[in-house]
Design a binder for this molecule. Structure first.
Ligand code: DGL
Length: 269
């Protein structure tokens, strides 16, 4: 395997750029090929079967571009499709999801009552509950679907009256009562992490997966001697549907200005 081959990163849309951004920061010599399935978002409202089908096709696209590793940046896809991706492709690339690094991070901080907010698809999967009960049967996890947060963040409603009121309503749900750790299990939520931390005033440890996922990728590459010594080509950012709106939204999620390339992998069958 050639270590200079790219890293594939995929998401239902633009939000996965929070993960790509952490990878870019921690692994500046790695070349990224990003795929945002903007034609099908939001995955959080789709069935697990649909998310599996999309994830398999996107992974095939990234493998055709010679990716040595594929990062499933989307929480909904990580919970619905990761096992199927391994079944089909684990001999072809290294696969990293956003769930395992976040669970690991939560287990390493003092915890008793853990809360989790995410999309409907992630919450309904029950994957986090399964992983926690396996790793630490004494830990209790309470999950809450918070579907309004994705459109709210994409519209730039952060640190204003609307975001405060939406967050207040969700975070005061009885299911999240008495938590000491809150997991932000969605690509978009790192953007409102300071606001969520502000809500709790330091009484709850708030964790998101971005930096932990980049670290898990680095460790997986290092173990296999696959860290790229030097970046040989530019990053590429593909989307299955392009609109000015998507281009505008990228600015919220990626610090550098990037160029979205339309590549409709769904029209070829
Ligand atoms: N990327 C999705 C996730 O992390 C959020 C947006 C969507 O529902 O497509 O679950």
């Amino acid at each position: 395997m050639e270590a200079s081959r790219p890293i594939g990163v995929f998401d239902s849309g633009i939000g996965g750029l929070t993960v790509a951004s952490a990878i870019h920061r921690q692994l500046p010599e790695e070349r990224i090929i990003y795929f945002g399935d903007t034609a099908h978002l939001p995955y959080g409202e789709k069935s697990h079967d649909a998310i599996r089908y999309f994830s398999l096709r996107i992974s095939r696209f990234l493998l055709e571009r010679d990716c040595k590793a594929i990062v499933v940046a989307c929480n909904s896809a990580s919970t619905a499709a990761y096992d199927v991706l391994l079944e089909f492709f684990q001999d072809k690339a290294i696969f990293v999801n956003v769930v395992d690094p976040l669970v690991q991070a939560a287990l390493e901080v003092p915890h008793q009552q853990i809360g989790l907010i995410a999309t409907h698809a992630t919450v309904q999967s029950g994957v986090y509950e399964k992983l926690f009960s396996r790793a630490d049967p004494s830990a209790s996890l309470k999950s809450l679907a918070t579907p309004l947060l994705v459109p709210m963040i994409e519209e730039g409603f952060v640190h204003n009256d609307i975001s405060r009121s939406v967050l207040e309503t969700y975070l005061s749900d009885p299911r999240l009562k008495d938590i000491d750790v809150l997991l932000l299990a969605c690509t978009h939520y790192p953007l409102i992490r300071p606001e969520i931390e502000g809500h709790y005033g330091g009484t709850v440890r708030v964790l998101d997966a971005t930096e932990y996922t980049a670290r898990a990728l680095r460790d997986a590459l290092a173990t296999r001697n696959q860290l790229s010594p030097k970046k040989t080509d530019a990053d590429h950012f593909f989307v299955s549907d392009y609109s000015e709106n998507f281009a505008r939204t990228t600015r919220l999620f990626y610090t550098e200005s990037i160029f979205l390339e339309r590549c409709n992998i769904w029209s070829d069958h």
